[in-house]
Design a protein around this ligand. Structure first.
Ligand SMILES: [Zn+2]
Length: 90
């Protein structure tokens, strides 16, 4: 994967709880899109998956432990009010 390609992270958001968890990061746009296509229909009602842009590649191996992902969610403006982070195992 060339470094210049924009990278995406994937967030699972639960509208009922106003909670989110991190699913994956450092994804190429087409990888992220196929992930969404594959998993969106398996989600519970009120939950959905979102793709967010990454400013740069994240160094943490696991998205679930990635601080940069959490900062990206906080900055994104997609969520109002700001949701709680939950370290849910997918
Ligand atoms: Zn990350």
């Amino acid at each position: 994967m060339p470094d210049k390609q924009p990278l995406k992270l994937i967030v699972a958001y639960d509208r009922n709880q106003n909670e989110y968890s991190l699913v994956a990061h450092n994804q190429a746009p087409e990888e992220a899109q196929s992930f969404l296509d594959q998993w969106t229909r398996h989600l519970r009602p009120g939950s959905y998956l979102l793709m967010l842009d990454q400013a740069k590649r994240h160094q943490t191996a696991a998205a679930q432990k990635c601080r940069a992902c959490r900062e990206a969610v906080a900055r994104s403006g997609h969520f109002e009010p700001q949701p709680k982070f939950t370290r849910r195992q997918q």
